[in-house]
Design a protein around this ligand. Structure first.
Ligand SMILES: *Cc1c(COP(=O)(O)O)cnc(C)c1O
Length: 483
């Protein structure tokens, strides 16, 4: 494909764009339990309007557009206040949870280096978001993974205490974790971090915005934010339960002394004066203005109303799944994220069946490691406002899908894979073997087939290092450009 010699007319362009969307998830219909956080057309309209008004403004240089600086400071102020921050808490607006986390890890690394720790590490529960591993990889900070309780899926405080040593720059916990939707023992971990003199990041990317409303509704929400002494930084996404257009998150620090380590300034080149708070340099002010507008348009009242419906739906889903013979909810979800597994039915087949019935539920691979807590493969639901009216229908179809699903790994794919790879070292598996495997399980470069159960079963059986290699090979093929 090449740039057309003559520009196309508007109608052709937009027809084409719409046609491209044919096979996308139908997220507006409320039957998608993941990826989408939809509070309805009004919030969307407000976000869109603010987004387009500011999309061409460049937040690269906060001294050129005072409006952009002001919007960022106000969004961060609202976020800090929401998370129990006092007047010392500061932060920045970022493009998403991953960027917030990368920045918090970067700040912790610089903070440690300033104290003479040349090769810092961070201690994180196995349930912490993959973004921390990405940050570890990008920033050269070693990740020391600790386990969780096998019933509650909350971080194990004893393991945290044992894992912290002279190289630890940062301890990490989630409020709540993405996969199981449970809050780690934040107060206990904060006490350990304080006692050992390490920084403590609470990843409230998905929960930070919603949990205070759940607390106001009478749900038991343990202290998880800056009200807990020892919490030194936090991340909170606004493009999740604050329903802002995507590309909206904040990273917050207890004070400016900590945030200083996040900032990157460069005087070693000969272009414009360069000082960046975030990973992005040139960046659209659109997401920032949209977040500002949606927060102020909805306000506490609307957020509380929405939280009430999410709370009811989440409780009903936990109860309903608990009543389905073959399914069991993992842990005791603190919010509106629900994970469920099965000992008798193949969860990956259940996910495929649900897909055929017009739902999207998220099949999730397991992690099988006795020390870390044996985390079974499961189906994850991130419940968003548009799902609420579909709760009973979801439960009915889940019961039907579970009843029809075969037992786990009925075809023996997982067993065969485990057998084949049990004795192989990851280094011995070359690209040819990887490509053969992709073909074997039906993963082709032109996208995922309808039946993903076999693929997921195969992936689930692979050791993590091979999983990662296989996924890399797959995606490396997926992004093949048209001729
Ligand atoms: C979504 C999420 C992240 C990562 O956020 P992105 O916006 O996808 O980059 C990090 N932590 C938790 C707990 C999350 O749910």
């Amino acid at each position: 494909m090449r740039i057309p010699e003559r520009g196309l007319d508007e109608a052709t362009l937009f027809d084409t764009l719409e046609r491209y969307r044919e096979h996308d998830l139908p997220w507006r219909e409320g039957r998608v339990y993941g990826y989408v956080f939809d509070a309805g057309r009004e919030a969307e309209r407000i976000g869109k309007e603010a987004f387009t008004r500011f999309m061409s403004l460049n937040a690269l240089d906060p001294t050129v557009y005072p409006s952009v600086l002001r919007l960022e400071n106000e969004v961060v102020a609202m976020s800090a206040r929401h998370l129990g921050g006092d007047e010392h808490v500061v932060g920045n607006f970022t493009s998403g949870g991953t960027e917030s986390i990368i920045l918090a890890v970067k700040a912790a690394r610089e903070h440690a280096r300033a104290r003479g720790i040349e090769h810092p590490t961070m201690v994180l529960p196995v349930t912490a978001h993959a973004a921390f591993h990405k940050a570890a990889n990008y920033l050269g900070v070693e990740a020391v993974v600790i386990g969780v309780d096998t019933v509650s899926f909350r971080a194990c405080t004893d393991q945290a205490r044992d894992a912290i040593d002279g190289r630890t720059a940062l301890l990490v916990a989630s409020a709540p974790s993405y996969a199981h939707g449970v809050i780690d023992p934040i107060a206990d971990l904060a006490a350990i971090a304080t006692e050992r003199g390490v920084l403590f990041h609470v990843d409230a990317c998905i929960g930070g915005f919603l949990l205070p409303y759940f607390r106001r509704l009478g749900r038991e929400v343990p202290p998880f934010d800056f009200s807990v002494p020892g919490v030194t930084s936090m991340s909170m996404d606004l493009h999740k339960y604050a329903y802002c257009p995507k590309g909206a998150s904040v990273v917050l620090y207890r004070n400016k002394d900590l945030r200083r380590h996040q900032i990157f300034a460069c005087a070693s080149w000969c272009g414009y004066t360069m000082v960046n708070t975030t990973v992005q340099s040139t960046k659209s002010a659109g997401p920032m203005a949209a977040a500002w507008a949606v927060l102020r348009y909805l306000g506490d009242d609307a957020y509380l109303e929405i939280a009430k419906s999410l709370d009811l739906a989440a409780r009903r889903i936990v109860e309903g799944i608990g009543a389905i013979e073959d399914l069991r909810v993992l842990g005791s979800p603190d919010m509106s994220l629900v994970a469920f597994a099965s000992d008798t039915r193949d969860v990956f087949s259940i996910a495929d069946r649900m897909r055929k019935l017009g739902w999207y539920v998220q099949p999730t691979l397991g992690l099988y490691d006795a020390r870390l807590g044996e985390l079974p493969c499961h189906i994850h639901l991130s419940i968003n406002p548009s799902n609420v009216p579909h709760t009973e229908a979801l439960l009915r179809d889940l019961a039907a899908a579970a009843a029809e699903a075969p037992c786990p790994d009925a075809a023996g794919i997982g067993a065969a894979i485990r057998h084949t790879f049990a004795s192989m070292r990851p280094a011995a598996v070359d690209d040819q073997v990887m490509n053969q495997m992709l073909g074997m399980v039906g993963m082709q470069s032109f996208g995922l087939p309808e039946d993903t159960a076999a693929i997921n079963t195969a992936l689930d059986a692979l050791p993590p290092a091979l999983k990662e290699r296989l996924l890399t090979t797959f995606v490396n093929e997926l992004f093949t450009q048209p001729a």
